[in-house]
Design a protein around this ligand. Structure first.
Ligand SMILES: O=C(O)CCC(=O)C(=O)O
Ligand SMILES: [Fe+2]
Length: 186
């Protein structure tokens, strides 16, 4: 379907190939692995993926935000590039969440917490597929987004607020960095 080549998969979903270089990807993987990642915890349940937050964090155990260390210098140029891709001021991206998905780890169906606004992700390591679904009366609308290493994605609008997303458990290692802004007051 050539005429759809440049159309976004979903309204509010944008992607950018090669947002970072291969050298940056290797540097970031080393840095992420050295940050003291911890298993994601949710109300007494421990996930397989490993995470660290900077700038701002959401404590899923108690269901509220908590302080996190400031974003380190090595992450700031990457945040600035992600902001530029999304047309946002860099300082609006108040959170960086680093994730390592070891073999067998994925992320189940969810929408990101409503306290956050824009969500920007960068993929490192092996390719993956982000799945999207939106409930309708008789089932789900579905879409799939290939996540190529070094590429970025930006979720806002309907893709962010109306659709859920997930990544199936993978056989290979993948890392991601997601940057978030705070939701605008309504
Ligand atoms: O690994 C990713 O790119 C997605 C992570 C995600 O959906 C989340 O942390 O909310
Ligand atoms: Fe998410």
């Amino acid at each position: 379907m050539l005429e759809l080549f440049d159309a976004p998969l979903l309204p509010g979903l944008a992607t950018r190939a090669n947002l970072i270089t291969a050298d940056e990807e290797h540097m970031l993987i080393d840095r992420i692995d050295a940050t003291g990642l911890e298993p994601f915890r949710f109300q007494g349940w421990t996930g397989k993926r490993l995470t660290t937050s900077f700038g701002w964090s959401y404590d899923f155990e108690v269901g509220r935000p908590k302080d996190a260390p400031p974003m380190p210098d090595w992450l700031l140029p990457i945040r600035d590039r992600a902001a530029d891709f999304a047309g946002l001021a860099p300082e609006t991206l108040i959170q960086a969440l680093l994730i390592r998905y070891d073999p067998g780890a994925g992320i189940g169906w969810h929408r990101d917490r409503p306290i956050y606004g824009h969500v920007l992700g960068i993929s490192l390591g092996e390719p993956a597929t982000m799945r999207f679904r939106r409930r309708r009366a008789d089932g789900f609308d579905r879409a799939s987004l290939p996540l190529d290493p070094r590429g970025g994605y930006h979720m806002s609008g309907p893709a962010r607020h109306d659709w859920e997303h997930s990544i199936a458990p993978m056989e290979h290692l993948r890392w991601s960095i997601t940057f978030r802004s705070l939701a605008e007051h309504r």
